[in-house]
Design a protein around this ligand. Structure first.
Ligand SMILES: Nc1nc2c(ncn2[C@@H]2O[C@H](COP(=O)(O)OP(=O)(O)OP(=O)(O)O)[C@@H](O)[C@H]2O)c(=O)[nH]1
Length: 315
């Protein structure tokens, strides 16, 4: 933001200390707002040119009447008490950031208590406009969150991605006692290519999102569900036995079986083949457990799809 500020002209006698007029000129030449207010009555005692351009003349008003919008009393966030020490004398300066309620701009404020010329306690604030820096910081934060989401979430379903699934499972396995059971399900949608071919890729995407939603609704917070890839989902169930995991797999299968997906006036029927495996945490590697569940899932496919198969002893 460009402002017209008075040019600084120091008094001709450069060897002497600057007089009151020079000091005022210095304050009025700053590219920052400077104001002084009474610590107790909140009367605005001084506002430099930058502040007057931004918020108008003090005209005997209170600081909150000039500097803020729509208030009938001192600011709730007024930090005057923080500027005094335990004895009520001027203490250390406080630096903070604040979005002004009148102009909506962000300021870095440096507040300090001082003893004013007539002996009363006053607050001096120097406020520098940091709106552009804030906008840049916000943009960087948003971009950081987006990158983080992309690294750990599947964009289409918003479930964990494969990488996050492995990380979450490893964390759980490291925490759980060796004798605890750990079950995994591999869930592969049936004839998904045919769904895409018959209804279009966008309809297929819709089905994947809906499947994720249906599964999430059936699960506990501690269950780890991910989109493993394509039309395949993986689910890890820490502390769940093979029989309980198989019962849950059957519930998920039925939930899908019972839910025709509505998309653009079409009704799409989807089913899944599910393989289940479980082991004690200390007994088996995650890779082997997934491999076993994968073999069970392929058995379900071979046996006609839309079914749950549990890892057999040979697997
Ligand atoms: N719409 C959509 N389709 C996907 C996505 N990822 C994978 N697919 C499709 O899923 C289909 C998977 O096909 P196949 O591996 O032949 O498996 P299938 O048709 O489900 O058959 P079975 O698994 O044997 O029952 C392919 O046509 C992929 O293009 C996706 O993100 N969106």
């Amino acid at each position: 933001m460009t402002r017209k500020l008075p040019t600084l002209q120091v008094s001709e006698n450069t060897t002497a200390s600057p007089g009151a007029e020079d000091l005022l000129r210095i304050l009025d030449s700053l590219d920052a707002a400077v104001y002084v207010s009474d610590m107790h009555s909140h009367d605005l005692l001084f506002l430099n040119a930058y502040g007057r351009q931004q918020w108008g003349e003090p005209d005997g008003r209170k600081c909150w009447q000039v500097l803020q919008e729509g208030q009938s009393g001192p600011c709730e966030f007024c930090n005057n008490p923080r500027l005094l020490d335990a004895q009520g004398r001027p203490g250390a300066a406080v630096v903070w950031e604040f979005q002004n309620t009148q102009d909506g701009r962000w300021y870095q404020c440096r507040d300090q208590a001082i003893v004013w010329s007539d002996g009363r306690l006053a607050r001096v604030e120097i406020a520098t406009d940091i709106t552009e820096r804030k906008a840049l910081e916000d943009a960087l934060k948003a971009s950081h969150h987006r990158v983080e989401r992309l690294a750990y979430r599947d964009e289409l379903t918003q479930l964990l991605n494969r990488r996050a699934f492995f990380a979450a499972c490893r964390e759980q396995l490291a925490c759980l006692p060796a004798e605890h059971v750990f079950a995994v399900l591999l869930i592969d949608l049936d004839h998904f290519k045919a769904i895409n071919d018959a209804h279009g890729h966008a309809a297929g995407d819709h089905v994947l999102r809906e499947v994720a939603r249906i599964f999430r609704a059936e699960l506990r917070d501690s269950d780890i569900l991910c989109r493993f890839g394509g039309e395949e989902f993986a689910l890890a169930l820490p502390g769940t036995s093979l029989s309980d995991a198989t019962a849950l797999a059957e519930r998920l299968r039925l939930a899908l079986h019972a839910s025709p997906f509505a998309y653009a006036g079409q009704s799409i029927h989807g089913t899944a083949s599910i393989g289940v495996a479980a082991a004690s945490c200390g007994e088996v590697s995650l890779e082997n457990l997934l491999k076993t569940a994968d073999q069970a899932m392929y058995r379900a496919k071979r046996q006609g799809r839309d079914r749950v198969c549990t890892a057999s002893a040979q697997e």
